[in-house]
Design a protein around this ligand. Structure first.
Ligand code: MLT
Length: 250
């Protein structure tokens, strides 16, 4: 398996690589939150590009009597009239089980939609990194791009470090692979510099500091727990669903 890291979404827009498998990483907080939502029994999640699209999509589902929740954030906070924000702690079984989530976030949903065309698109974060790595090792695709969402087309440390964390787990699980992509090597070194202290890394990050200023420090602690969640969200072109529900073709 060849492993590449795209340091932030802006670069993806410039390079337009022919993505084979893509793993969208938005640690704070979209990838974490969606993994929590699907693990807690949400049926599926629709990633909207814009607020109007999200509201309309949700209204259509409700008009067809489908149980649906409108979820997401702008500047980290829930939007007026939305059922949930973007905190993984809100996506409990009581709130989300059996529902379709219509999601809108500043970066995560856009990065996901930017990857459209890849053979398979997964969501990765620290909480589901072991499950993600087990899934990748099982399917062993030729190449995988770890796409760091970043913030507004710019780099952010937590997504890049998570790419390093995933890469290290993957190379431990599949030692025959050769680590040669320079971005992936740098991401692994960044994670090693933190001696795997993920919580410290998240509290050091700019977006982490911003979320703390809004009162979301418990979110950071949750997002820092590797292996907390078994679910690997996969995008089927319309919805995010548990990867195992998509079958095994590569
Ligand atoms: C995003 O997609 O920009 C983030 O998930 C923002 C957030 O922390 O809610």
């Amino acid at each position: 398996m060849k492993l590449y890291t795209i340091p932030h979404r802006g670069q993806l827009l410039l390079q337009k690589p022919n993505l084979a498998w893509a793993v969208v990483i938005d640690v704070l907080r979209y990838s974490t939150t969606l993994a929590a939502g699907l693990a807690n029994g949400a049926l599926r999640a629709y990633p909207a590009r814009e607020e109007e699209e999200a509201r309309k999509y949700h209204a259509d589902l409700v008009s067809r009597c489908e149980p649906a929740l409108l979820c997401g954030e702008r500047e980290g906070l829930p939007l007026p009239g939305f059922d949930l924000g973007n905190s993984p702690l809100e996506f409990t079984r009581e709130r989300v089980a059996g529902k379709t989530l219509v999601t809108l976030t500043t970066n995560g949903t856009l990065t996901l939609r930017t990857c459209a065309g890849a053979v398979r698109i997964l969501l990765g974060s620290f909480v589901n990194a072991p499950a993600l790595v087990a899934y990748l090792a099982r399917h062993n695709p030729d190449s995988v791009y770890l796409v760091c969402s970043g913030k507004e087309n710019a780099f952010c440390i937590e997504d890049f470090a998570c790419a390093g964390y995933v890469a290290r787990l993957l190379f431990r699980a599949m030692p025959d692979n050769v680590l040669s992509d320079p971005h992936t090597i740098a991401a692994c070194r960044l994670m090693a510099d933190y001696h795997n202290n993920i919580e410290r890394l998240l509290f050091d990050s700019n977006h982490g500091k911003y979320l703390c200023s809004l009162g979301f420090s418990e979110d950071l602690k949750y997002c820092a727990r590797p292996g907390e969640i078994d679910a690997v969200p996969a995008y089927d072109g319309t919805y995010l669903v548990p990867a195992e529900a998509m079958g095994g073709e590569t």
